[in-house]
Design a protein around this ligand. Structure first.
Ligand code: ATP
Ligand code: MG
Length: 369
């Protein structure tokens, strides 16, 4: 898989941008606030239809413009495909080879990217929501159908929570319990499958880069589920969710939100006996995230049969020199197509080679060299 060309129109501060990336490393250099992350975000959005950092789709459209558009040409299994996404009036439309995409499956068609941003580096120390989003991005990369499934879940959850706030009759609320438990169980199974594949790799990668004797562990912590998460079947998970929704209904009505399901679960990360959230140093918690990313990339390489494209948003400035050197060497050795952004070209020079394409980013304009 390879990105052959990328163009954006009115995406954030990028007016008209057209980029021909290297088959290996492309490095976008620019000062703060010039549009480096916007470029990376445009590509991430094209490849995943998930915003990298925006809360609303409206944010993606350039101030004063009616519509944002990102388009990319990919080489996939020897054939070229063109995908594009447009955002206007808060909704997105996806296109494959110039026509409206018939389904998300036809849209993604094997396109796979892994992003690594400074926000990722804080997930170990932050709250559960950040870890869920982090985990879900990995699950989506592995199982693209997860996007549709999590949307269905989020819609049902929103409806149930609204009714809880409105003090609606219980019978109106429980209408949503079937969807929440059925789709919720599916999300749990997807997360579990991803963890089964990625965790052993992340543990091994951390042993290599962590510079600490203690072993890393990543354990999924489902909330209020009366069934063993590791071994339960999907229908057992569904039944357990359904039961928990029922037994917690009165409490949920009092609190005005749904207190059980994949939207409240957490991923516990520990070093040896100790919760990383409380006890890991900043360098250690960053090494944990780095290990996870390496594990995710290696896993996708094995399951897809090719490497994902890697997008790194200025992470070098956030890593200590030793971890940064590891990462740059890893990128140089991996052979993956990579887009890096940086304010300081020196930090990423080790990832560069003869095939590197350098781009300058200034005030939303991208120039080669
Ligand atoms: N919808 C939008 N329309 C126009 N400009 C926008 C929009 N959204 C963000 N911007 C502008 O984009 C700029 C930030 O771009 P970006 O985040 O890509 O910077 P950066 O080069 O990554 O900087 P840093 O090095 O600080 O991370 C800001 O000036 C911001 O105001
Ligand atoms: Mg940035």
């Amino acid at each position: 898989m390879r990105l052959l060309s990328l163009s954006c129109e009115s995406f954030r501060n990028l007016g008209q941008v057209s980029v021909t990336p290297s088959a290996r490393t492309t490095i976008a250099v620019g000062e703060n606030g010039q549009g480096k992350t916007n470029l990376l975000e445009a590509l991430y959005y094209l490849a995943t239809l998930k915003p990298l950092r925006a809360n609303t789709l409206k944010e993606l459209v350039q101030f004063g413009a009616g519509k944002a558009r990102v388009q990319g040409r990919w080489l996939l299994n020897g054939a070229e495909r063109d995908i594009a996404v447009e955002v206007s009036h808060g909704t997105r439309t996806a296109f494959v080879d110039g026509k409206r995409a018939a389904s998300l499956e036809s849209y993604f068609g094997g396109v796979s990217v892994v992003a690594f941003t400074p926000d990722d580096l804080s997930i170990v120390k932050g709250g559960p929501e950040g870890r869920r989003t982090f985990l879900d991005r990995s699950v989506f990369n592995r199982f693209p159908a997860y996007l549709q499934e999590s949307r269905e879940y989020a819609k049902a959850l929103k409806s149930r929570n609204r009714l809880l706030k409105e003090d609606a009759p219980h019978s109106h609320l429980t209408v949503w319990d079937e969807t929440l438990s059925r789709v919720g169980a599916r999300l749990l199974v997807r997360r579990r499958a991803l963890l089964t594949e990625v965790v052993p790799r992340a543990v091994a990668a951390f042993a290599h880069i962590g510079r600490i004797e203690a072993k890393a562990t990543f354990v999924y912590e489902p909330s209020h589920l009366d069934v063993p998460f590791a071994t339960a079947t999907e229908s057992e998970l569904q039944a357990a969710l359904s039961k928990a929704l029922e037994t917690r209904l009165v409490r949920d009505v009092e609190r005005g939100h749904t207190s059980v399901g994949p939207h409240v679960d957490d991923l516990d990360v520990s070093l040896g006996e100790h919760a990383a959230r409380q006890y890991a140093s900043q360098g250690q918690s960053r090494a944990l995230v780095l290990a996870w990313k390496v594990a995710e990339i290696e896993n996708l390489k094995e399951t897809n049969g090719f490497l994902p494209m890697l997008l790194l948003d200025d992470v070098s400035s956030e890593l200590d020199p030793e971890r940064n050197a590891f990462l740059m060497q890893y990128l140089a050795d991996s052979g993956a197509q990579t887009l890096l952004t940086t304010t300081d070209a020196e930090l990423v020079r080790r990832a560069a080679g003869a095939e590197t394409t350098w781009l300058g980013v200034k005030n939303g304009v991208i120039t080669p060299g």
